[in-house]
Design a protein around this ligand. Sequence first.
Ligand code: AMP
Length: 208
Amino acid sequence: MKIILLGPPGAGKGTQAQLLVEKFGIPQISTGDLLRKALGEGTELGLEAKKYMDSGRLVPDELIISLIKERITLPDCASGYILDGFPRTMEQARAMEATDNVDMVLNIVVDTEILMGRLMGRRTCRDCNAVYNITGKPSKVEGKCDICGGELFQRDDDTEATVTKRLDTYRTLTEPLIGFYEERGLLKNIPTGNSIEETFQNVLAAIE
Ligand code: AMP
């Protein structure tokens, strides 16, 4: 099962991807997580990516495309994967199409007005990348991950100015991919429910 998760920042792609991982046992590949990991390790890629990430811009296509091409050839991707946050530009979508055939593209449809609040309230685990929200989905103990006890932090790019820029970037560069995948008959729109679980039921209904 090879799935692309599409949707604006804050749509809940990461949360839904984690639920899919639990249910189907295929890996979540988040380009954002891969870049943050590279940055944490102080690699050349990480340092280069930081310049773009901190200002809400996209990292250049060639860097991201080679990162993904390498990642999907690892043995854990043999029975499928969930791409979370890739592709984000037409060039990335074309490169992906030339690399592998995905089975479906799930587009999480969400009211843009609620995205801002969600992104600003987001907290991420430093150790396992689990995602929480101070209003929608708080951790049981403030500042600590329910799963691994790791420290929760606010991403540098979840500040107001950067969030505004990221939403703009989404509209201009990523939204056109909806039409691209629609033309190929791969697109399934997923309405957001009133809860994470409800949205997940919509995801499962689209897969089956
Ligand atoms: P995310 O965690 O998916 O919100 O990604 C955080 C940041 O990483 C984005 O704002 C971009 O700067 C960068 N990034 C992640 N995925 C991509 C991608 N597919 N193409 C370009 N930049 C990306």
